[in-house]
Design a protein around this ligand. Structure first.
Ligand SMILES: Nc1ncnc2c1ncn2[C@@H]1O[C@H](COP(=O)(O)OP(=O)(O)O)[C@@H](O)[C@H]1O
Ligand SMILES: [Mg+2]
Length: 258
C-alpha cells in the first residue's frame, strides 16, 4: 500500500470573477520511504497541491489517502492527530518561524503540544534536534533573525522532524538560497531521508534540484500532471516539450553541480 495516494484532486480559485483551475485532476502515489519530486514552472499549481495534501486548503474534489485513511473524511480532531505524521517545510524559513521564540522553544513546542515530552525534557530534545540538522548548542537561546537563511531552513527542518513524521512535504525548501548553501541543504535532506526512512514530497521549479533528492518525479503544468517518471529519464529524455523547457531552464539556473 502506498503511504500517500492522491486521486483526481481539484481546486480552483476565483480571480476577478474568472475561475483559475490551480489543481486540475491530479493523481499520484508515493511509496513509503521514497522521495517523489513535483516540478513545474511558477504558477503551475505546486504550492496549492502541497497545501491540499496537508489540508491547509480544502479541495473541490478528489481523495487523499494517507496510510490508508482518506484525510478528507476526518474532522478537526482526526486531522490534528494525523498532522503529527505529515509535516511541511516552506520556501521562506523566516515567516515560518515565530520571531519572538528562542530556538529551544521553537524546536520543543510541537512535542510539548502533542504531549510527547515533559517540559523538563525540552532543552535536551531541542539540543538533539539541532545536532540532527548540523547546528550546535550555541544556537539554543538565539532567535531566528540571528541565523542565516540556510541555518533558518535547518531550524524549520528540525522542527518539522521533531514529531518523527512519516511524510515531509518540502515546498521549494532551497529556492531562496545561494547555490552552495542549497547544495548543503540538499545533502542534509538526502542524509535525513536515509537515516529515518522518511518519505518526501519534494517541490521545486528546478528539475536539477529535484533530481538531487528524488528518484521519481511528476511534471506539473497548469494544474495537470503532463509527464511522470524517473528523474534521470525526465532529465535526459523528456518526452514533453514543456519538460524539455524545464530541463533547459534548470541547466541555466543551477551554476553548481549537485
Ligand atoms: N489563494 C489564491 N487565490 C487565487 N488564486 C490563487 C490562490 N492560490 C493560488 N492561486 C493561483 O493558482 C495558480 C497556482 O498557484 P500555485 O499553486 O501557487 O503555483 P506554484 O506553487 O506552482 O507557483 C496560480 O495561477 C495562482 O495565481
Ligand atoms: Mg509555489
Amino acid at each position: 500500500m502506498a503511504l500517500l495516494e492522491v486521486r483526481n484532486l481539484c481546486k480552483s480559485f476565483r480571480d476577478s470573477g474568472k475561475a483559475v483551475h490551480a489543481v486540475n485532476g491530479v493523481s499520484f502515489s508515493l511509496e513509503a520511504g521514497t522521495a517523489l519530486g513535483l516540478v513545474g514552472e511558477s504558477g503551475s499549481g505546486k504550492s496549492t497541491l502541497a497545501r491540499l495534501v496537508l489540508r491547509l486548503l480544502e479541495p473541490d474534489a478528489g481523495s487523499i489517502r494517507f496510510n490508508g485513511t482518506n484525510l478528507l473524511d476526518l474532522d478537526f480532531h482526526g486531522m490534528r492527530a494525523q498532522r503529527r505524521w505529515l509535516q511541511i517545510v516552506f520556501q521562506d524559513p523566516f515567516s515560518a518561524l515565530n520571531p519572538r521564540m528562542p530556538v529551544h522553544q521553537l524546536l520543543s513546542e510541537p512535542l510539548l503540544n502533542f504531549g510527547l515530552i515533559q517540559s523538563g525534557e525540552a532543552r535536551a530534545k531541542a539540543s538533539e534536534l539541532l545536532a540532527l540538522v548540523g547546528l550546535d548548542d550555541s544556537g539554543l537561546f538565539r532567535f531566528p533573525h540571528e541565523f542565516s537563511g540556510g541555518q533558518r531552513q535547518r531550524l524549520c527542518i528540525a522542527r518539522a522532524l521533531s514529531l518523527q513524521p512519516r511524510l515531509l512535504v518540502l515546498d521549494e525548501p532551497t529556492s531562496g538560497l545561494d547555490v552552495s548553501v542549497q547544495a548543503q541543504l540538499l545533502s542534509l535532506l538526502q542524509r535525513l531521508q536515509k537515516q529515518f526512512g522518511l518519505s518526501y514530497l519534494f517541490i521545486s521549479h528546478d528539475l536539477r534540484v529535484v533530481k538531487a533528492v528524488c528518484g521519481q518525479a511528476l511534471v506539473l503544468k497548469d494544474g495537470r500532471v503532463v509527464e511522470a517518471g524517473s528523474t534521470r529519464q525526465l532529465f535526459s529524455r523528456p518526452s514533453q516539450a514543456y519538460t524539455r523547457q524545464l530541463v533547459e531552464a534548470s541547466k541555466a539556473l543551477s551554476l553548481a553541480k549537485f
